[in-house]
Design a protein around this ligand. Structure first.
Ligand code: 13P
Length: 256
């Protein structure tokens, strides 16, 4: 983390878990300890149908609400899709884009990720763009090439003043939901490389300012060490974000 130049952001990705009726009790638990949320921004990325309840439950707190996906289209005949303007109007402030589960199970391409990123920025949402390599890509030594390509195509055509508003989440696919965490050194190497891509595409200032998260089996036991790396500015947390105590412990680690 480097709080002098950029925000630390801890985001929970609930994925397709919990029910709308679970939101209030979860929020009560988190709010009871909200004093701990001092030096980092906290976001709960809930399933779309739970966003209104989450916005209501976290009103008057420092905890923001995010979505897990967004349409690249503005409006129109796109059954089942949700636009960035709709998310924004419902009170969401953040949106996850290009999560590996969407790339893998829903055929989301780099071009679609770029379109969604443009739509989110246009609507004033803070995008959390996910990138990450598979296990075989890591084992064959092409991780950094993969990540550079993913970041560059996501950012294609995005001007510097908009790029400053983007968060990148490095989520190695082999570490998601597996209990296998990247070592702090592995995560730092990739996050540093992502920052270098920003330096190359924009400038040193943009590189210094971009918040880069790590995600993939982050938990209370490993969060502090991961977050102590200079280029890791937060976490995107799946499983552990479903448990308010665990999420609080990670928030606590980010406040150190
Ligand atoms: P886990 O924390 O469950 O590994 O999930 C990470 C993730 O995919 C967050 O977006």
């Amino acid at each position: 983390m480097n709080r002098k130049y950029r925000k630390t952001v801890i985001a929970g990705n609930w994925k397709m878990n919990l029910l709308p009726s679970d939101v209030k009790p979860f929020a009560e638990r988190l709010k009871a300890e909200a004093g701990r949320v001092k030096f980092c921004d906290v976001v709960i990325c809930a399933p779309a149908v739970m966003i209104p309840a989450a916005v209501k439950a976290f009103r008057d707190t420092r905890i923001a609400v995010g979505a897990q996906d967004v349409s690249e289209h503005d409006a129109g005949a796109f059954t089942g899709e949700i636009s960035a303007a709709q998310l924004r109007d419902a009170g969401a402030k953040y949106v996850i884009i290009g999560h590996s589960e969407r790339r893998q199970y829903h055929g989301e391409t780099d071009a679609a990720v770029n379109g969604k990123l443009r739509a989110a920025l246009e609507a004033g949402l803070t995008p959390i763009v996910c990138v990450g390599e598979t296990l075989s890509q890591r084992e064959t030594g092409v991780s950094l090439d993969m990540i550079r390509a993913q970041v560059k195509s996501a950012l294609y055509g995005i001007p510097a003043e908009k790029a400053r508003k983007i968060i990148i989440a490095y989520e190695p696919i082999w570490a998601i939901g597996t209990g296998m965490t990247a070592t702090p050194e592995q995560a730092e190497e990739v996050c540093g490389e992502i920052r270098a891509v920003f330096r190359g595409m924009y400038d040193a200032r943009a590189a210094r300012a971009v918040t880069i998260q790590y995600g993939g089996s982050m938990n209370p036991a490993n969060a502090a060490e991961l977050l102590s790396q200079p280029d890791i500015d937060g976490g995107l947390i799946g499983g552990a974000s479903l448990d308010a105590e665990k999420l609080l412990a990670i928030i606590n680690a980010a406040n150190q």
